[in-house]
Each structure stands twice: as structure tokens, then as C-alpha cells.
Design a protein. Structure first.
Length: 95
């Protein structure tokens, strides 16, 4: 998934989900356990470079590229996003 968002300043910025087809991801697809992929994406952010949309939105918010309102409006899992931002979880510095 991706979203093109209005920057706090002029212009636009993109928030994207990143899924790297690791052996674990491939096994989940093969075994028809696709509902577990999101959890692996969350956990694999630092290790393999996967990223959920909420992780991307939180990173853009922390860097000042988007407002909290823009992040919340874009997220389909608003409660998770709010928790991530309040705890600083799922955000990689410089991402």
C-alpha cells in the first residue's frame, strides 16, 4: 500500500509499505497463513527492511514531514498508529 500525502511545508511525501519476500514470508504464503504477514512486517523493520504503512506514517510524523492529523486520516489502523506514536515504537530514526 502507498499514500501520497501533503507535507507540512510545501510539496508532497509518500508513505509506503515494504514487504521483502523472506523465506518466512514465503512459507506463510505457501501455507495460506497470509493473516500472519503483517506481524512479520512489523517485526522485520530493522532486520530485513520490511515496513507497515503505520510505521511509515509514524516515521514521517516524527521527522516533521506530516501532521498527526494527516497520519491518522491515512491509517486504516488508527488505534495502532496512535499507540506507536505515543510510545515511539516502530519508528526507525532517519527513515
Amino acid at each position: 500500500m502507498r499514500a501520497v500525502l501533503q507535507r507540512v511545508r510545501a510539496g508532497r511525501v509518500v508513505a509506503v509499505e515494504v514487504l521483502i519476500p523472506t523465506p518466512a514470508i514465503r512459507n506463510l504464503v505457501r501455507d495460506d497463513k497470509v493473516h500472519q504477514i503483517y506481524g512479520l512486517m512489523q517485526a522485520g523493520q530493522e532486520k530485513v527492511g520490511t515496513q507497515t504503512l503505520n510505521q511509515a506514517l509514524a516515521s514521517l510524523y516524527y521527522t516533521g514531514a506530516i501532521t498527526i492529523d494527516t497520519a491518522r486520516q491515512t491509517s486504516s489502523l488508527r488505534d495502532e498508529l496512535t499507540e506507536m506514536i505515543s510510545r515511539g515504537v516502530g519508528v526507525i530514526p532517519g527513515a
